[in-house]
Design a binder for this molecule. Structure first.
Ligand SMILES: Cc1cc2nc3c(=O)[nH]c(=O)nc-3n(C[C@H](O)[C@H](O)[C@H](O)COP(=O)(O)O)c2cc1C
Length: 325
């Protein structure tokens, strides 16, 4: 399937694996790229630029297909060494970067100078237009359904994607709630040229996370996520658990008085404990509503092949039949 996204990134299928903290290691990125999509290493999960450089080398040993690196510009306690991370990306010969969080304008000249394609992930049309204006090659439009940070506008993809299509000249992928061939065809119908998946790729054989995380996603329904940190305007969609219940109780009790320090126990440094040790109640971890559509733990290749086969089948079968009628 050829789209402006497959052309831009030199990939076979219009499927991207979004950066995920403590999930987007070399193993997953390589598996997605080997399956014909674009696999993305999560930059900030690597504690130093040197560690990112080593992770890129490790990924290169597992695939010769295009790979990307996610650079997240979120409010963090200590400011990461972004110039160092960008040096690791450039020197590692990576040609695709997924930016997220704040506007990447400051880093565009150096990325563009090295021929790197930039796809900025954003949750509103106004931010997508800004990304286009500052020279991003594409955007990943993240609807309210998404796991992680859906922003503060709460616009779901059935509205957000066609609004993006009305407004943008650069290509975009649909992100949030994407799981299968139906998602891909729907995304294409609404004007996207591919899709980005987070949660779905965690429940795969190759995702280097604890088995309990994958099982939790399979067990969850579309009703099992919660929005946390809304009072801090840093909303995150997470899977409900004991820590999330505690956090939400603090949010109710403290109201507008809530400060980050009040919930630090539930959100800071919890990812390695959950993703690597399988300590499922250690804290709040991102998960999309799409968990309700995830019922198995296939290999990445089986998942991607299944998505593409289903997408073609829907287009040629179900949709063509409606058209003929
Ligand atoms: C466990 C987890 C961790 C994530 N970490 C990041 C991150 O560090 N940076 C980022 O830009 N997006 C992150 N995301 C968001 C994903 O890249 C993607 O945009 C989102 O998961 C799409 O929604 P979906 O889960 O419904 O597919 C994360 C998502 C999950 C589920």
């Amino acid at each position: 399937m050829k789209t402006r996204i497959t052309e831009l990134f030199g990939i076979e299928h219009p499927i991207i694996q979004g950066g995920m903290h403590y999930v987007g290691f070399a193993e997953l990125a390589a598996a997605v790229s080997n399956a014909g999509g674009l696999g993305i290493i999560t930059g900030l999960t690597q504690k130093t630029p040197e560690a990112l450089a080593a992770e890129i080398r490790r990924c290169r040993e597992m695939t010769d297909k295009p790979i990307g690196v996610n650079l997240t510009f979120l409010p963090t306690v200590s400011s990461p060494d972004y110039p160092g991370y960008i040096r690791a990306i450039v020197e590692g010969g990576v040609k695709a970067v997924e930016t997220a969080g704040n506007n990447p304008q400051k880093w565009m000249p150096i990325l563009k100078e090295h021929g790197i394609r930039v796809i900025h992930k954003c949750t509103s049309v106004r931010h997508a237009l800004k990304a286009e204006a500052i020279g991003c090659d594409a955007v990943s439009v993240d609807g309210f359904e998404c796991g992680g940070h859906p922003g503060e506008d709460d616009v779901p993809n059935f509205i957000l994607l066609p609004r993006a299509a009305e407004s943008l000249k650069i290509p975009f992928v649909a992100s949030g709630g994407m799981a299968d061939g139906r998602s891909l065809v729907a995304a294409l119908a609404l004007g996207a040229e591919g899709m980005n998946m987070g949660t779905r790729f965690i429940a795969t054989q190759e995702a280097p996370v604890h088995e309990k995380v994958k099982q939790a996603i399979v067990a969850a329904s579309e009703l099992d996520t919660r929005l946390v940190m809304r009072p801090l305007r840093n909303t995150e969609r997470v899977l409900n658990n004991a820590a999330v219940e505690r956090l939400l109780e603090k949010e109710r009790r403290l109201g507008p008085e809530l400060k980050f320090e009040d919930i630090i126990g539930e959100v800071a440094g919890v990812y390695p404990r959950i993703m690597q040790q399988g300590d499922m109640d250690a804290g709040a971890w991102s998960c999309g509503m799409v968990a309700g559509l995830i019922h198995d733990i296939p290999t990445v290749k089986d998942l991607v092949d299944r998505i593409m086969a289903e997408a073609h089948q829907i287009i040629r079968g179900r949709l063509a039949a409606f058209d003929a009628a």
